[in-house]
Design a binder for this molecule. Structure first.
Ligand SMILES: [Fe+2]
Ligand SMILES: [Fe+2]
Length: 252
């Protein structure tokens, strides 16, 4: 599994893990993010059970697993957190697991012994360390009915969950983890966003909210990461996209 650095200032850092060559073909590719500050580390959307061995191996090349003090699950999907019981086995006792309150009863099907810190609908801010704060921003219905993104104002990075996803056929796998040509990247994003994003009202609220933030990097849970002007290009592209394409098959 690849690991790239997104940000580093002193002991505050962001790293992205993804594009696992050992992943079975039909398992959707995911990006996992590690945020560190001081002696604390949090994993954002730590991934599914199938990528856990590769992810743990890649992570422990960077950090001792004992330093992972918290997990953040943006929503309920299996590619987000079906690995939860495995992480709880290797991380130190007292691991904090942040989860949208709405999904507690459902995600407990992955791990009935996990204890969750429930994120309220309006979001919350946490202190990763005395120097670094992270904001869990509401992103409901994008695509999940209880869903959060993570903004780091010091690093100017927005972890955007499934928003920003790109999917590639095996024959067109990208080399790096970053978008290099936005116009050519659009076909890899279009179908996913049209089908999986159900609500234009939610999209509009998200666009209005993130447009007030200073974002140098927009980091999705699948596909490639947006940097610099491509962040604005993505938000502008998403702002006018037709959504909920599945409705077409329900109309007579
Ligand atoms: Fe999802
Ligand atoms: Fe996903």
């Amino acid at each position: 599994m690849k690991c790239v650095s997104l940000f580093r200032r002193g002991d505050h850092s962001w790293q992205a893990f993804g594009q696992d060559p050992d992943k079975p073909e039909r398992v959707i590719d995911t990006n996992q993010y590690l945020v560190r500050s001081g002696t604390a580390a949090i994993l954002l959307d730590p991934g599914g059970i199938e990528v856990f061995p590769s992810m743990l191996a890649a992570l422990t090349r960077e950090i001792a697993v004992e330093e992972v003090k918290a997990l953040f699950l943006s929503h309920q999907d299996p590619d987000i957190g079906s690995s939860l019981p495995l992480w709880r086995r290797v991380c130190p006792p007292g691991l904090t697991v942040y989860l949208p309150w709405l999904w507690e009863g459902f995600v407990s099907h992955f791990d009935r012994e996990a204890t969750f810190t429930r994120i309220p609908d309006e979001g919350m801010e946490i202190a990763l360390s005395s120097a670094t704060r992270l904001r869990f921003l509401p992103a409901h219905y994008l695509h999940s009915s209880g869903n959060f993104h993570v903004y780091d104002p010091a690093a100017r990075i927005l972890f955007s969950g499934d928003v920003g996803t790109a999917l590639f056929p095996a024959s067109q796998r990208p080399n790096g983890l970053f978008v290099t040509d936005f116009a050519r990247h659009i076909p890899a994003m279009s179908e996913f966003h049209r089908r999986w994003m159900p609500s234009a009202a939610a999209r509009d609220a998200w666009v209005a909210a993130v447009s007030t933030l200073e974002i140098d990097i927009l980091a999705p849970q699948h596909g490639l990461i947006f940097r610099g002007d491509d962040v604005k290009r993505f938000i502008e592209w998403f702002a006018t996209l037709d959504l909920a394409s599945g409705l077409a098959s329900m109309r007579r």
